[in-house]
Ligand binder design. Structure first.
Ligand SMILES: *Cc1c(COP(=O)(O)O)cnc(C)c1O
Length: 463
């Protein structure tokens, strides 16, 4: 019998997270402190609690999930795995399509998987308030939710463009008890500086990060929470893939190819790392492939350079070894807010450079076309970010139709789109443009970076 939805019992919730670090084909390069031109953690030890720093640099393969965190996870985990039979039928593909759905969490995405863990470790170490940035509001609502559950205060610097366009995410954060400021804000020095020169600055994720980091640096009982890119964040997300493996086992299937979207790379890593572990440890029954999808409006991996760059506009973070289109990148106002970050998790860059995964970029028009097919068959309205993965899956399923391949395709539906109705309204009224970030602009940003750090080309050799 073919099963359309695959659920797991509470007891099957994983007891440990999986870290890819010991299984990478080549170690990660270190982060670099630009003033010393030496490897070093920069401000990282000043803004995170010790347990998080420990996980960030850990070489362990399996790390215990605290019982208190597992109890909170049980509010919505294990999440369902669906077989997209109606989508398969509509595409007339011989391929099987499965998707793991993280939109069932209270804030509506995968992000609470790490937000809850971060809030827990902060609570344990006596943090009183957490500060963070948010773009579309997904991460801010997840951290507000986590802080609420562990009795911490939460301050969210929300990119001004989203703050104005998406009031409902802000109200969600406020419902969870957070204080939300439009960034750039008057609350921090970095915000005030930008507003002075440019009062109408629409903000960016980079600017908002600078504000939140500054808040944590200046206040002893305040720590910073991050929604993606860092190793510990990706680690926390692996509950997704560990569950998905059990669910595939339950229906006696295994993916040939796995798709996800990449903003900073956390949700997709959460799904594919455990399958990657199967592969490197010789346990995978198939030569499973991994495909990361990004927006042509923010093509950090497909058009960016694998080098060292700052994680934020104000250059507070050390130089991170990653693909980047420049820390001064100002994104076009596309609706997939979560994909507009200029860089990517260093582990993704390492796996891409070692050809262990592929990347594809899609424009928002073709992405919403694919989302429409998904909505009309499976019924769930996807967030614009995972709609990029859906585009990749639809293309692959149609290719299988031509070749007759009976592949098993899996993807991560990392969030629902019920706060993104304006995006769908713009799509349906034909207002969306197939925006592509020009390669020349990336080249210019790389020139600026090299002007800032003339020794970068030499340093790059250690990558
Ligand atoms: C934040 C977010 C993303 C992008 O972040 P990753 O770290 O790449 O997962 C994608 N989709 C949704 C729904 C998000 O909230």
């Amino acid at each position: 019998m073919q099963q359309r939805k695959i659920f797991l019992d509470d007891e099957e919730l994983p007891k440990q997270w999986y870290s890819i670090i010991p299984d990478l084909p080549k170690p990660l390069p270190p982060t670099i402190e630009p003033d010393k031109r030496q490897p070093g953690p920069g401000i990282v030890p000043l803004i995170f609690p010790k347990a998080i720093i420990g996980q960030e640099i850990s070489k362990e393969r399996f790390i215990d999930i605290p019982d208190e965190v597992r109890e909170v996870y049980k509010l919505w985990r294990p999440t369902p795995l669906f077989r997209a039979m109606a989508l398969e039928k509509a595409l007339k593909t011989p391929a099987k399509i499965y998707y793991k759905y993280e939109g069932v969490s209270p804030p509506g995405s995968h992000k609470p998987n790490t937000a809850v863990a971060q809030a827990y470790y902060n609570m344990k170490e006596g943090t009183e308030r957490m500060a963070t940035e948010t773009g579309a509001g997904q991460w801010g609502s997840a951290l507000a939710f986590g802080c609420m559950l562990f009795g911490l205060k939460c301050t969210v610097y929300m990119v001004k463009a989203s703050y104005n366009q998406k009031p409902y995410r802000r109200i969600m954060m406020e419902s969870y008890g957070a204080d939300v400021y439009a960034s750039p804000s008057e609350e921090t020095e970095s915000g005030r500086k930008i507003l002075k020169d440019d009062p109408d600055n629409p903000g960016s994720l980079g600017i908002a990060i600078s504000e939140a980091v500054e808040d944590a640096l200046k206040n002893e009982k305040v720590k910073y929470g991050i929604g993606s890119v860092f190793n510990h964040v990706l680690l926390h997300q692996t509950v997704i893939g560990l569950e998905a493996k059990k669910q595939m086992e339950a229906v006696d299937d295994y993916p040939d190819i796995i798709y996800g979207c990449i903003g900073g790379g956390s949700s997709f890593s959460g799904l594919f790392w455990p399958f990657y572990y199967d592969k490197v440890s010789g346990k995978a029954p198939k030569d499973v492939q991994f495909v990361a999808t990004e927006a042509t409006a923010c093509p950090k991996v497909t058009k960016g350079e694998y080098t060292f760059d700052h994680g934020d506009t104000a250059r507070l973070t050390p130089l991170v070894p990653m693909h980047t289109i420049g820390h001064d990148f100002i994104p076009a106002p596309i609706h997939a807010g979560g994909l507009r970050y200029h860089g990517i998790a260093p582990t993704i860059s390492r796996l891409v450079s070692e050809k262990k995964m592929q990347t594809k970029a899609y424009n928002q028009v073709e992405v919403f076309d694919a989302a429409k097919i998904f909505i009309n068959t499976e019924g769930i309205i996807p967030a614009p970010e995972p709609a990029h993965a859906i585009k990749g899956v639809v293309d692959e399923a149609l290719r299988c139709k031509k070749t007759g391949e009976k592949k098993t395709i899996m993807f991560l539906l990392c969030g629902h789109g019920y706060f993104d109705m304006q995006a769908y309204a713009d799509y349906f009224s034909g207002k969306l443009l197939p925006y592509e970030y020009p390669a020349e602009k990336v080249a210019e940003a790389m020139q600026r970076l090299k002007k800032l750090y003339p020794w970068l080309d030499e340093l790059k050799k250690i990558i």
